[in-house]
Design a protein around this ligand. Sequence first.
Ligand SMILES: [Zn+2]
Length: 238
Amino acid sequence: MSEKKDESAEGAGPPPEPRRGSTRRALLIGGAAAGLGAAVLARDQLGRLWWRLPGVVKKREEGAVDAPGAQWTAASGANWRRADRPSDYAIDRVVIHVVQGGYATALKVFKDPGHGAATHYVIRKDGHVAQMIRELDVAYHAGDREMNERSVGIEHEGFVDKKASFTDAMYASSARLTAGICERYDIPVDREHIIGHVEVDGTDHTDPGPHWDWDRYLRLVRRARDRPARSGASATPS
Ligand SMILES: [Zn+2]
């Protein structure tokens, strides 16, 4: 990447024969600009210039959620990486996970900086939805960098070998959530784009397991997509 260090980048052109003092000042200004350039490059590597884009600051209000009805509770910053999706990475996958534990356990480990992983959302068996990471950002949930960058991860309370983990309320709420994600990023509702963690290349995870009813789930996602008007606040228990 190139940096412009001379002052000619600043204005209409270099002044003719500058005296020594003004040259020095111009160099200082140039130095400051170069310093800014370095800061920009560092940010670029970290966050793809998220802070320069209009609208980004507004979208990062404290406690804001992407899914209507979701309750914000932040994951540890060590378990995700700041990004500006879908501007820097297109989102075209939803990855379905099962906790192998309870809702409270999922929230606890995702808030633990030592855990090294978290999903954007966690769904409780009564259908309550917690959002822990913004969809703008890359969550470490799939065990695969490219998949993390292109996907939204949804964790479901329960165990892969317990069919009773997956309640009607959970299916319905999760399907509304996934329908909203598919709508936001124009993702087709099919098994190529809505996948289980088990289907991520190279994974040794088995979730969501054999009891997760994909046919039912996809049917519910399509139904929620086709009548989006009511998909909001019902995810929050009264
Ligand atoms: Zn998983």
